[in-house]
Design a protein around this ligand. Structure first.
Ligand SMILES: [Zn+2]
Length: 184
């Protein structure tokens, strides 16, 4: 009896899956609205990345470059919104977790979701072994994380602004200003 009821439940689950509209089942990794990484990675050749990134973005994201301190407007940006990967648009950091580290780079004390960034050991600087942060979806280099950040984490995610794409929160002053500009 137990086996029969289990099989029946399985049948119901299978039917529910089959009747789910196709578009609901297919993940849409390239939207600007997703928050937690769904595990579907994006891989492109260097030539393909070169076609979709600016030279500055390519140098940082694909060649692990570092932008000059204070060179990017995101360092001092205080607007409310979300910072996405400039290459694959995965949401990475929230303005809620941004702070002024006075280092010259956009700094956050935590990512938007732990699954959205990958930590790995970076030994490229012989003077200091650092922890590199890359985008979990496309593997793009974003920056490094250091243990001198503010509470509650004590961490400083030191990010290259050029590797990020800021999306203002709905109803934020930036959005309102843009809407006004469009109307006039
Ligand atoms: Zn990415």
């Amino acid at each position: 009896m137990k086996i029969i009821s289990s099989l029946f439940l399985l049948l119901i689950a299978a039917c529910a899956f089959l009747y789910t509209p196709t578009e609901a089942r297919i993940a849409q990794p390239q939207t600007m609205t997703d928050v937690a990484f769904n595990g579907e990675k994006i891989t492109k050749t260097n030539a393909q990345w070169k076609r979709v990134l600016t030279p500055a973005q390519y140098t940082v994201l694909r060649k692990s470059g570092t932008e000059a301190p204070y060179s990017h407007p995101y360092t001092k940006l205080k607007a409310k919104g979300t910072f996405h990967c400039a290459a694959c648009k995965l949401a990475l950091f929230s303005s809620e977790n941004k702070y002024d580290s006075k280092t010259g780079w956009a700094s956050f004390y935590q990512p938007i979701a732990a699954a959205n960034v990958i930590e790995s050991e970076d030994t490229s600087n012989p003077m200091e072994t650092r922890t590199e942060i890359t985008c979990a979806r496309c593997g793009g280099h974003l920056g490094h994380v250091f243990k001198d950040g503010p509470q509650p984490t004590g961490l400083r995610y030191c990010m290259n602004g050029v590797a990020l794409k800021f999306m203002p929160a709905a109803g934020s002053t930036t959005t309102k200003r843009r809407a006004t500009a469009r109307r006039s």
